[in-house]
Design a protein around this ligand. Sequence first.
Ligand code: UDP
Ligand code: MG
Length: 317
Amino acid sequence: MILERRPAPRLLSLVIPCFNEEAVLPILRDRLSSFVKSFSIPVEIIFVDDGSRDNTLLFLMRWASENSAVKIIGLARNFGHQNAATAGLDAAKGDAVVLMDADLQDPLEVIQQMTEKYCEGYDVIYGQRISREGESWFKRITAWLFYRLMKVLVHSDLPLDAGDFRLISRRSLDALCSMHEVHRFLRGMITWVGFAQVPLKYRRDVRAAGSTKYTVWKMCRFAWNAIVSFSPLPLRISLVIGIIVACGGAIYGIYAVLRSLIYHDTVLGWTTQIVLTSVLGGTILVSNGLLGEYVGRIFEEIKGRPLYIVATRVNFS
Ligand code: UDP
Ligand code: MG
């Protein structure tokens, strides 16, 4: 892909999903205010309140009443981080959008570097964590495993150790917004879109205040969602197991028939039992697997993704 230099975005949108973040919001407000002042590009800040049960929305409302660059989308209940992020991305008006967490784990200074890469012509600049400060060993191990497993299962291009913290250009964002699937695994979807993507290494800080909103249950759901909504592999597994079992069953069935014919040493009815069980078991598993293939295709169709995304057109008027 040819990189073409482009001017700095006329407007940069920051999209920040928040769920019960009242503890961190005052700190975020201070840090964001000085960031926006020192930043050379106009910024809009879109907060998505993901059905918080604390004073998050109240705090945001007060802030927005004093500053028109602060925009709020309040969701009717907790829809989860990926959906909240989608709501914010859909509403973003900027030429470039940065998706980030409310807890300041992703340092604001990195956004400057991301914007420079954007000007070099990159469309997606994703933060890649070289270290995770102050996170539990459980979180580190599960995250390490998750990224490696996803790379094998879902998308070989899926970058390792990159979360949702990233800058996305307008054309990538438009492509992303044209994908209406219900179960969303945003980083996989952004990888799928393509265009020039580049990592930006950074150190992940400790959460500035409050505690993680990704409970173990939410993490499991997220990982399961990512695998199942992105990869037909689990469906294929049943077909492969079905074929192996059917072949094994057929071989064993033949053996049972031959044994009863040659040695006449089997209990009456044993051969029939073995042959029937192997053949039927195998057939059921294979047809389950085949059904899985079709269900997989229906699933792909129903996602209604664009078939391709065009990056360049030459001499088309
Ligand atoms: N979040 C959200 N909805 C949820 C869970 C989390 O909008 O159901 C937000 C949360 O407020 C934060 C971001 O998603 O801005 C990432 O969550 P968190 O920092 O708790 O996750 P961790 O960094 O521990 O993985
Ligand atoms: Mg966090």
